[in-house]
Unconditional design. Sequence first.
Length: 358
Amino acid sequence: MLRIGMLTSGGDCQALNATMRGVVRGIKTLITDDFEVYGFIDGYKGLVYGNYRKMKYNDFAGILNKGGTILGTSRMPFKEIDIPTADGIDKVKAMKENYKKLKLDALVVLGGNGSQKTANRLADEGLNVVGLPKTIDNDIWGTDVTFGFQSAIDVATSYIDNIYTTAESHSRIFVIEVMGHKVGWITLYAGIAGGVDAILLPEIPYDIKKVYKTIEKNQKEGKKAIMIAVAEGAITKEVAKLPKKERKAVIANRTYPSVAYELADKIREKFDSDVRVAIPGHTQRGGSPDAYDKVLSSRLGAKAAELIRDKDFGKLVVIRNNVIDAIPLAESAGKLKMIDPDDQLVKSAKDLGICFGD
Ligand code: F6P
């Protein structure tokens, strides 16, 4: 009997269930019919407290299209991994003990950056771990794409499309805040797909005067709807220049609920137009995966099964140049895949006349 532990960790996304289904189908096809999955409830918390569901192949049927995660998820920050839980449990020790108690052959971790750092730590501690790259943010180093990313772009783009028509009718300026505190991948793609006037990203600090100029120019040219896509973590050039500690303090002490409101207020001071804020928020993580994500997550899941079959552990499944592959967890852990300001996609967007405020 093959015994597999599985958990989903961190913020959810659309293709978590599709990926787990891929793993389980892969195990059945490539390895054996004789297996059990120990699905840990609410991420690493389930592994720490030994809270799991014993699952069979059929428990993963009919979930390809279902958003969220049938296992539940939670955040357990890596930086707190060696700090005991509120009730005094040593997290790493407890996870190792539960893994051993259940006689697991492998642990499959579907998670983003922080979760994969924990996965790497558990691999170092001797557990047989396989990681799968989840996040709408697309910021996991070592993979071209993460599952959840394309579905989030689709949601954000259709949100921008819907705002566009009403912005045009009313000749309004809209500031649309897209998810991404550290990286702006969703904002970049959805901004281009939504045909916006300006894209503001954490990776490319902006000068507000450049944004004003673009608004002025586009309005003068007769454009009725002015659309600005701003990532949650976008910062101005002045803030970017501050030392890290001060920068964090400025952001933490912001009197506005979020970046979009601050930006909208600044634009309001300069223009007579009606300036509005729109925030798709968690809709970007919700609902069903799109077709691309269903294919990607199924392929990644099947590869995880292959790694388990080959006892090739301590690896993160990735996709590079449309080829599914695996890299050491240690190679990816602790690195963030950010947008390079010289990326060809940024250049293309600029060539289309989109302002980045730089
Ligand atoms: O990591 C995914 C993500 O959706 C980010 O884009 C966003 O900033 C964050 O999670 C929101 O987290 P939470 O749902 O915990 O508020």
